[in-house]
Every structure is written in structure tokens, then in C-alpha cells.
Design a protein around this ligand. Structure first.
Ligand code: GLN
Length: 315
């Protein structure tokens, strides 16, 4: 079956699956339509194939983390970034508070502590504010101007006690400094940027296409830092499900608590799914099911001996 029909049949198979719970730790996220469901695929050349509610906006949440980690790498280089944030999986919940490594660093940039630390590093050039720098980074990957969803930003600020606790612990370890409040607000802003599955798929296609947006041709990240991003999301992108994810699905991926998943198939395509009902680790239930099926159908596991399908076979 060709990709478009395959997506339609996966959409039909799972559209009535109502298992899981919408996130309720950020009040604005619990307001969304729990049944929304969309799948978008962007090929390395930017061609998009998609089904479902692909024009529905949702906040990017933790899927912003690898892109902002990449921005910190571009601004400071890996040695400095790694002196602040490690590169090891935690095996724990993404918002665990008291969990730093033996050097007093967050374990990795994909859990909240590590993402708050990397975001705190972001500098803006003289013509921009730091939030414009973050927004334009994400927008460059998507190939269009993305916008902040202010109600979610406010809600994260009001309900973010755990993240405040994390930030204070980081300050105690001198990972954050006197700008704790503005660093944390910048982190809440990056999580509250609205996207569609089409946007996420294009952001992923930029990673697949050597860091260059396939449509705008804008270079968003250097090849070395791109490799760092993909390595981190392979080992840590799905939080404490990362090991099982690599075992079963076998490609780098990142999820967010709004119900998005972005999965990267190196050299071939990026797949994004949106479905807000989550499992207990904060990953989209239908998202994981769709990714699992696509990996199996098209031999996408990067360690599989049989070669993956080619674009010509898929399309
Ligand atoms: N904004 C969310 C938080 O900080 C992001 C977490 C996530 O998507 N896993 O809790």
C-alpha cells in the first residue's frame, strides 16, 4: 500500500481509541479536544503526506527541547554545553526534581531540568530579545513564522511549581544564575509555541535534510550539532520509555505532554503524530501505536539488517 493509503488506514484503525488521559498538570492543556488526531509525514525533500486534523494547533511542549539544545550548541559549542548538562538517560520521569549527576549537572537536555539549563544559556543578538531568538529558531526549522499561545504560557507560569523547584535546585548548584525567573519564563515560552503536525513534520524534515529546511533552504544547524541532537533524542527523547522505544521502533524521536510525537527516519523522512491522550509516562498513546506500525511496515528500525524502503517504494 502506498504511504497516503497506509496513513488513512492507520488513522481509521485508531480513530476510536480513547485510552489514556489528557495532561492535567498544565491547566491550559486539559482544555484541548481530546479526540484530535493527525499524522503528517514530510520527506527529506519537503513533500508532505498527511491525514486527520492537520490544521489543529497545539503547543509544542517538550518537542522544542532538541531544537533549543541545538541552538545552545550553535552558540557555545559542545564542551561548554556539556559542562552544564550531561548526555545520559535518567530512566526517570521527565519532571523529576531532585536528580542531578555526580557533577551536579542535569542528566540530559531532554528532561525538564536539563532543558531549563540549556534554555538559560540562550543569548540573543543585539537586534532581538531572547524570546524572539527562541521563536525564530523554531520558526526557521518549520519554515514559517510560529506564534506563542499566550494562555498556555500563562498557565505554565501559574502552575509550574515543579519547574520552579527544579530551577531553584539548579541555582543552588550554580547551573542557573540570578536570572532564574526570566530563564524559567523563556523555557515556558518555548514550550508554549503553537504548531500543527505539518509544522512538526517540516521541523523534522529539516533535521533529516542535513539541518537545512527543504523548502526555504535555510540552514538551521551545523552537521556536527545535528548529530548531537539526533544522538540525544535517540537515547533520551521519550523519557523513561526511551529504551523500549529504541528496542521496538528504533529511530530518534521526541514527545511532548500536549500529545505530539516527532520521529526522525535518518535520510528518509520525519513523521509527526498528534493525539492528546497520554500514557503514564507522558507519551501520546495513539502516537506511539502509529509510530510502531509505521516502523514495522517500512522497516524503519536503524539497526535492522533488512534495508528500509526507498522513497520511490513508499510514495
Ligand atoms: N512544559 C512542560 C513542562 O515543563 C513540558 C514537559 C513535556 O512536554 N514533557 O512540564
Amino acid at each position: 500500500m502506498k504511504l497516503k493509503q497506509e496513513l488513512q488506514s492507520l488513522y481509521d484503525k485508531y480513530k476510536n481509541d480513547r485510552s489514556g488521559q489528557v495532561n492535567n498538570s498544565i491547566p491550559a492543556l486539559s482544555q484541548v479536544n481530546p479526540d484530535a488526531f493527525a499524522i503528517s509525514i514530510a520527506m527529506a525533500n519537503g513533500k508532505v503526506i498527511e491525514v486527520g486534523d492537520t490544521t489543529t494547533n497545539f503547543t509544542i511542549q517538550s518537542i522544542s527541547k532538541p531544537f533549543i539544545y541545538g541552538l545552545a550548541l550553535e552558540q557555545y559549542g559542545n564542551d561548554f554545553v556539556e559542562s552544564k548538562v550531561g548526555i545520559e538517560p535518567t530512566g526517570e520521569d521527565f519532571d523529576t526534581v531532585i536528580k542531578l549527576d555526580d557533577q551536579g549537572r542535569p542528566y540530559n537536555p531532554m528532561v525538564n531540568s536539563g532543558a531549563i539549563a540549556t534554555t538559560s544559556l540562550i543569548n540573543a543578538d543585539t537586534k532581538k530579545t531572547r524570546d524572539e531568538e527562541v521563536l525564530s529558531c523554531l520558526s526557521n526549522y518549520a519554515g514559517r513564522k510560529l506564534r506563542l499561545h499566550t494562555p498556555t504560557f500563562k498557565s505554565e507560569k501559574d502552575a509550574g511549581d515543579k519547574n520552579y523547584a527544579i530551577a531553584h535546585l539548579l541555582k543552588h548548584h550554580q547551573i542557573l544564575g540570578k536570572n532564574l525567573k526570566s530563564d524559567l519564563e523563556l523555557y515556558f515560552q518555548q514550550c508554549s509555541v503553537n504548531v500543527t503536525t505539518t509544522d512538526l513534520a517540516m521541523m523534522g524534515a529539516t533535521l533529516v535534510n542535513n539541518g537545512i529546511n527543504p523548502l526555504t533552504k535555510k540552514e538551521c544547524v551545523s552537521p556536527t550539532n545535528l548529530r548531537h541532537i539526533l544522538s540525544i533524542i535517540l537515547t533520551c527523547g521519550m523519557y523513561n520509555y526511551s529504551g523500549e522505544w529504541v528496542f521496538d521502533i528504533g529511530v530518534p524521536a521526541k514527545s511532548g505532554v500536549s500529545g505530539g510525537i516527532l520521529m526522525i527516519v535518518p535520510g528518509l523522512m520525519a513523521i509527526s503524530v498528534y493525539s492528546p491522550r497520554l500514557d503514564k509516562r507522558g507519551n501520546s498513546i495513539r502516537g506511539i501505536k502509529v509510530c510502531e506500525e509505521l516502523s514495522r511496515i517500512y522497516n524503519l528500525h536503524i539497526l535492522d539488517n533488512s534495508s528500509p524502503k526507498t522513497p520511490a517504494e513508499i510514495l
